[in-house]
Design a protein around this ligand. Structure first.
Ligand SMILES: [Fe+2]
Ligand SMILES: [Fe+2]
Length: 176
């Protein structure tokens, strides 16, 4: 995964930016749920801070964030979302974003372990904690809005589907 550190960081930078975008889209569409809107604004600010931090790491290496590359993992996950019914769509987004945050948490732990001691390593260790918190945040909102049983059932289905997606991907120097 870390064969090409610059490519990994560039992919990670754009991933942070896209998570912020997704959180803001959720806030805009669910304006009638002020608690969710507040949480998504806060999350977007945090993810944008991460975007800035990864950008700084790249600049320190004499690099830029580079072009946005499509993320095949996220592309396939978005296809799993049911979009016809507004509630199903919200449930699927909350659960899938929760899964994505959990994956980020696992990946950043591996990256932190693989890096030599220093600022970048500290940064990835810190990100591990953030992603664990974000995972819990999405699932907490899902349970509050839809109830524990509906979330557990959909989480099971989407975790199976996500495992299929992961198996279908090529290995590359990227977050996912
Ligand atoms: Fe982040
Ligand atoms: Fe996050």
């Amino acid at each position: 995964m870390l064969a090409d550190v610059t490519a990994f960081l560039q992919d990670h930078a754009h991933a942070e930016r896209k998570v912020a975008n997704s959180a803001l889209a959720l806030a805009a569409q669910h304006h009638a749920r002020p608690k969710l809107v507040s949480a998504m604004i806060e999350l977007a600010m945090e993810e944008l801070t991460h975007f800035g931090q990864v950008h700084d790491l790249l600049v320190a290496r004499g690099e830029t964030i580079g072009h946005n590359q499509p993320d095949p993992y996220m592309g396939k996950l978005f296809k799993l979302m049911r979009r016809v019914d507004v509630n199903e769509y919200l449930l699927d987004r909350l659960v899938l974003f929760g899964i994505v945050e959990a994956r980020g948490c696992e990946r950043f732990r591996m990256v932190g372990d693989a890096l030599p001691p220093g600022d970048a390593r500290e940064f990835y260790v810190e990100l591990t904690r953030c992603e664990a918190r974000h995972h819990a945040l999405f699932l907490r909102f899902a349970r509050e809005i839809f109830g524990g049983q509906a979330v557990t059932e959909r989480l099971d289905q989407l975790l199976d589907a996500e495992a299929e997606v992961v198996r279908s991907l090529e290995i590359r120097s990227a977050l996912h």
